[in-house]
Design a protein around this ligand. Sequence first.
Ligand SMILES: [Fe+2]
Ligand SMILES: [Fe+2]
Length: 173
Amino acid sequence: MMPIAPLMIEHRLIERMIKVMRTEVEAIDKTGRLRPEFIDQAVDFIRIYADRCHHGKEEDILFELLARTAISDQYRQTMEELREEHVRAREMTARLVAAKDRHPLGDVMTIMKGLVDFYPVHIEKEDRRFFIPCMAYFSSREQDDMLEAFREFDRRLIHEKYRSVVEKFEGKG
Ligand SMILES: [Fe+2]
Ligand SMILES: [Fe+2]
């Protein structure tokens, strides 16, 4: 299996969540009612799954390895754009949390719409124009090692997540 396979599978789940969020935005628009528990779950999904788990493997493993490889200027530039887009997604998510706490419906809707519009474009860029050509820079042995590094990254994540939950309650987070 190519290491980009799990990343692409993760993209499919992110797309499903984005679809759910799009439906929620339409529901808020109709009813004028915000469901804080939905926002909390959506933020948790984006922060832990889309950002920490998924962007984490892209940035800490794939991009790190590509940064040490003689890739073309075009792919290097795309990689920088992708990194910046991850930063933008993080900023939008932080703004969503702040908007939810203050409760102005318009702000929450605007930011949720921003996230809903952002992810499909970002995913399309990676799936169609970056992941597959980048794999050509790695031997099959290097690809196997990358896949193993992804698995190790995922294995550690659940422990990291719940350690942070405990530390937050202990006042250290
Ligand atoms: Fe990404
Ligand atoms: Fe991605």
